[in-house]
Design a protein around this ligand. Sequence first.
Ligand code: ADE
Length: 218
Amino acid sequence: MKVQIITLFSEVIEPYLSASMMWKASKNGQANFELINLRDFGLGPRRQVDDTPYGGGDGMLLMVEPLTAAIEKAKKASPSAKVILPTPRGRIYRQSDAKRLAASDNDLILICPRYEGYDERITSLVDEQFCIGNYVLTGGELPALAIIDSVVRLLPGVLGGEASAEIESFQDDDQAVEFPQYTRPEVWQGQKVPEVLLSGNHAEITKWRNQQIRKSTD
Ligand code: ADE
């Protein structure tokens, strides 16, 4: 899966994609990450990417023209890619979205808005708008990384068999939350590992784990 990220702050994105599972997915060819610097598509000698809002108001808005040019470039490399806009105005992003995106044959293009907002006409260029939680961040980089991570870990071979089983299962969004797990020592500061996990009885362990899966609270 080719994943292109349009951002003004590559330095925020790069370290995350160069470590751990994202690095491994990239090294093994399951994901191919590419950063596109929105500034390269800015207007005029100052490479302007934002401007003041019509009707007044605080702050600057991301302009539609530089973003259009950046998306066009990304689409050239990946014509059938889905364009995703992280925004507090999108619908809540869920595990089922990650599964759907991972299972589809489409590449991804993620836009990272910055500053106080963006020209609403940007939304005509995007396929899906996602909010990663009911709070507001200063930009789209963290939400974009959250979406990328949740999709890439489900690509075949990235985490081994575990995630592929997850993608094929009928687990719903609420069950995406895992059961509690323990490793050594068996007793730590008086807290014991649950007896059933030491029993070696796999049927009982599975039953206990299914009972322990926390339900989503929303
Ligand atoms: N941009 C700023 N806050 C956001 C959020 N909670 N989800 C997605 N994009 C955002």
